[in-house]
Design a protein around this ligand. Sequence first.
Ligand code: APR
Length: 318
Amino acid sequence: MVTETMRNKITVVGAGQVGTTVAQLCAYKNLGNVVIIDILEGVPQGKALDLQQSGCLQVFDSIVTGTNDYQDTANSDIVVITAGLPRKPGQDRADLLKVNANIVRDVTEKVMKYSHNPIIIVVSNPLDAMVYMAKQVSGLPRERVIGMAGVLDAARFRTFVSLELNCSLVDVDAMVLGGHGDSMVPMPRYTTVSGISITDLMTPERIEALVDRTRNGGAEIVKHLKKGSAFLAPGASAVKMVEAILQDKRRILPCTAYLDGEYGWKGIYFGVPIELGAHGMNKIIELDLTEEEKKMLDISAQDVKTTIDEVDALLAAG
Ligand code: APR
């Protein structure tokens, strides 16, 4: 008899736009049983039931549960953290960081009470600081606490390249490094169409325009939506990571990883190519950078370091 415990268990913290997308795709792909948890009473329960009822239509066997009780998340293999509040009008970035850092701290403590060795994927923003908070609070090794940013930023870059060249999305691969913000570093040299670098396919001016659009990819969507932010591509990006882990795919993807000397930085979370498999991050891949690329990455790392220092200050304050 197949028991429930033989399936992977995926907990999604936050039953908002991104969390719901993550839960939906995990179920559709039959990646395991899914638990959705939120502080809002009724919302995770309602969404879980709705999703469960799509099982016979989308053909999946995953059991989907909605809850407000962390006991139900016990023994999760993977926890995807999407909890957080959006920025309010007039609220500055530092204040938002504090609010969401406290949410991520609280969530991580509760997750770790019931799951002893999960792999945590953080999606909440500001990403680099939030994933650092999750690592510090969980006490898990860096291999098991990873942030989702590069997969999304690269997906945006890939999309813009394919639209520009009017070629299949499937053939386009992209690499985006650095912090998940204005200073992210899309890497045209490592962005290819069927192995051909885009530097051979487009003018520097067009590449720069696409790089710019990628950097502002999130803001462009917020401007259209007016309320809320992107959630379909962010959710799909997190699930690509979940899939790589649960199916031990050993995919090489740009993810937000804890640096311990790689790229010349220590003690920060930063977007770099990593190999992702059953144990989480198997390794960080160090690229041979040009002076210009190194300079841009250092600027981005310095930016990220400022937000990490803010998290350290919050942790020190208790
Ligand atoms: N514990 C659990 N859930 C929480 C907590 C908490 N302490 N605090 C807030 N939440 C929940 C909210 O109740 C809400 O349902 O997190 C959810 C966030 O959902 P949305 O507001 O819809 O935000 P979403 O678009 O899903 O984005 C979530 O991902 O991409 C990032 O910038 C984005 O930080 C944001 C996060």
